[in-house]
Design a protein around this ligand. Structure first.
Ligand code: CMC
Length: 426
């Protein structure tokens, strides 16, 4: 094993260098403070590995994404979302019998407890569905107090199946509540995605048929969002889980982290940006100039990534799927035209080139969601449904490995040794 040397205060400290299965290297500083009294400072954790993991590999320089050793392109071409979920959670692709048992179990848990359905009534109509999703997932812990022990394998398994089954129902009810429509009960004869579409768009007064083009498109989008190693929400799930909080609590925290516009909330922001450009009659160039300006806080939403300094491979797949789906549905999209124009301008612009800013997963996803009739405030809940198996896999892996409670340190920069003045003298 190679070692790095740290020369500090006249001493030389040897630090082990570890190497991952794809050749990534890291300096292990686990014993640094014990040996030197020093800590490392890394705002935003841009250089910090928080764990070793065998779930997802990303090479951001080359635009590569693998789950459990399979490329995202091959998973998107060959698997369903539930197969990919199984792969992430269990570590291997299911055989036919395993997939059938997994699917049956999940479809068997799609219904919510009637009292949980009533919870939605207490929410304001304009509540964002992400807030509703996080609240309801947290509330699941109140309905299943007997299966919250993170160290009990059977309890964990049932919580995993409940979560995968119920999050689409919760998300659809959040939407139904926002538009004042009756909640539908799940139809377990439908596929996982077909059932989600039924819960979102069916109503008791009319027949509803799942459109296979839409069903396939959503399944693909869920696959593309299924995991992304130690991003903000996955790290949140791990951090909360590290205190041995139950799975529902950790996932609810992950949903909140995902909601932010620099993370999953960007998909809604992209479509709002494209809509505003269309409404205000701006040219692509005017908006790109705005995103570059230091005097304007606008960013080109859907561009840039902490890890990808090249094309996000998910963006390539979504862009192609967007054109396919629009053609199959016979839809012309002004928003797609604007997105293509912005992408072309940004990829040639020195500002974006210098900073390695490329389209990310969120850049085209809003256009495809819009084309298949998904309301804007449901884009990020769709992301959450897709990311759920990843969060679960990260939470499980953390519990399988030796782990400490997550607890970063800091460098204190405040006042020192102050004396309290009597209140009359302050
Ligand atoms: N538009 C304009 N400028 C940008 C953008 C953008 N989209 N992204 C980064 N920059 C600039 C930023 O101003 C900074 O410039 P300077 O060095 O002159 O100060 C430089 O590029 C580096 O940016 P950063 O914020 O330090 O980079 P980061 O790695 O911390 O942030 C990011 C990554 C995704 C938060 C950021 O690129 C961003 O805000 N993008 C827009 C939001 C977005 O699309 N988020 C979705 C991410 S992918 C899906 C997901 O994770 O959920």
């Amino acid at each position: 094993m190679s070692k790095a040397e740290l020369h500090i205060d006249g001493k030389i400290i040897e630090l082990p260098v570890i190497e991952g299965s794809e050749g990534e290297r890291a300096i292990n500083i686990e014993n640094l403070r014990a040996e030197t009294g020093l800590i490392t400072l890394d705002p935003g954790y841009a250089n910090t590995g928080s764990c070793e993991s065998s779930i997802t590999f990303i090479n951001g320089e080359e635009g590569i994404l693998h789950h459990r050793g399979y490329s995202i392109e091959s998973l998107a071409d060959n698997c369903s979302f539930l197969e990919v979920s199984y792969l992430l959670v269990k570590g291997h692709l299911p055989n036919a019998a395993e997939l059938e048992a997994f699917t049956d179990s999940i479809l068997g848990h799609t219904m919510l407890h009637e009292d949980l359905r009533l919870f939605f009534r207490a929410l304001p109509k304009d509540a964002h569905p992400m807030a509703a999703c996080s609240a309801m997932v947290s509330a699941l812990a109140t309905f299943y107090p007997d299966s919250l022990d993170p160290r009990n394998e059977r309890e964990v398994e049932i919580s995993i199946h409940r979560l995968l089954a119920k999050l689409p129902t919760i998300a659809a009810y959040a939407y139904k509540h926002s538009v004042g429509q009756p909640f539908m009960y799940p139809d377990n004869s439908l596929s996982y995605v077909g059932n989600f579409l039924h819960l979102m768009f069916a109503n008791p007064c009319e027949d509803f048929e799942v459109d296979p083009v839409v069903e396939k498109a959503i399944d693909l989008l869920l696959i593309l969002h299924a995991d992304h190693e130690q991003n903000c929400s996955a790290s949140t799930v791990r951090l909360v889980g590290s205190s041995h909080a139950n799975l529902f609590a950790a996932v609810s925290a992950g949903i909140n982290a995902l909601w932010g516009p620099r993370h999953g909330g960007a998909n809604q922001e992209v479509i709002e940006m494209l809509g505003a450009i269309a409404d205000e009659g701006l040219t692509g160039k005017q908006f790109v100039d705005r995103a570059k300006s230091r005097d304007d806080t606008s960013r080109l939403m859907g561009f840039g990534h902490r890890v990808y300094k090249n094309f996000d491979p998910r963006a390539r797949i979504i862009k192609k799927a967007t054109f396919d789906v629009l053609e199959r549905l016979g839809v012309n999209s002004r928003l797609l035209e604007i997105a293509v124009e912005l992408e072309e301008l940004a990829l040639k612009d020195e500002y974006f080139v210098e900073r390695n800013l490329y389209p990310n997963v969120d850049f085209y996803s809003g256009v495809i969601y819009t084309a298949i009739g998904t309301p804007e405030n449901m884009f990020t809940p769709n992301f959450a449904i897709g990311r759920l198996p990843g969060w679960i896999a990260q939470w499980l892996e953390m519990h399988e490995h030796r782990h400490k409670i997550g607890r970063p340190r800091q460098i204190y920069t405040g006042e020192t040794n102050r004396k309290i003045q009597p209140i009359a003298e302050r």
